[in-house]
Design a protein around this ligand. Structure first.
Ligand code: SF4
Length: 224
């Protein structure tokens, strides 16, 4: 499984299929932002991260411009990561409450974290063609990380991507924060608001509601 995942990840990080995204990720990596101007940016597609035997897979939208696109690891070095890992740690899905850089010692516990799109899109808005181009990587990823019982979509775009890649359109599931959709006795599709500052700063997503959602997931896992 690890070899298959390594092989897939190698292909992902060398992908240049979406011209607009390739140009954008490189532009950000060369222009940088004032706060990180002395750092070298990753500026390439990012892969999933975590336990390849995990029962829970968290799926975000895409790397953030100065988060994953800078550090080279999903949900690392930005505000979304700060919020998410504070909550994941409290519920026991990670060994520490921070995700700052790839050498920070972070480990996910029985969890795997990835994104629907592997490159940062301008304004966090991928085109439908870009999502389609990248869907194949996501489908391969879920075939390799195959012990997952609960797939957790962080945001509507991740939710729609999971519905497509798992071929669940006919079940009529709708995106809703905190919802656990039962696909089969052994598999659930869950959804949550994305932990972005847009949702956290407006109070749409609070630490309490995220933690209570994550506890629900833990409880569900114990009963599958
Ligand atoms: S978004 Fe996906 S398909 Fe498009 S360039 Fe990046 S890795 Fe390749």
């Amino acid at each position: 499984m690890i070899n298959k995942l390594e092989k897939l990840n190698k292909t992902i990080i060398n992908c240049n299929k979406c011209k607009r995204l390739v140009d954008f990720r490189k532009k950000i990596a060369s222009e940088k932002t004032k706060r990180f101007k002395h750092q070298s940016y990753w500026g390439r597609p990012i892969t999933g991260f975590g336990d390849p035997n995990a029962k829970v897979m968290f799926v975000g939208l895409a790397p953030a411009a100065h988060g994953g696109n800078r550090t080279g690891r999903v949900f690392t070095g930005d505000k979304s990561a700060d919020f998410l890992f504070k909550c994941l740690f409290k519920v026991g899905y990670s060994n520490q409450p921070n995700s700052d850089n790839i050498d920070d010692g972070l480990r996910l516990i029985d969890a795997y974290l990835t994104t629907a799109l592997k490159c940062v899109p301008p304004q966090d808005k991928p085109t439908s063609l870009e999502l389609k181009n990248c869907l194949n990587f996501f489908c391969q990823e879920i075939n390799v990380v195959k012990n997952v019982n609960v797939m957790v979509c962080l945001g509507k775009i991740a939710f729609d991507t999971c519905i497509k890649s798992l071929n669940l359109k006919n079940l009529g599931f709708k995106f809703s924060h905190g919802k656990l959709n039962r696909v089969s006795k052994e598999f659930y599709l869950a959804s949550s608001y994305h932990p972005s500052p847009r949702n956290v700063n407006t109070g749409r997503l609070t630490e309490d509601s995220m933690i209570s959602f994550l506890k629900k997931l833990k409880n569900l896992e114990d009963h599958i």
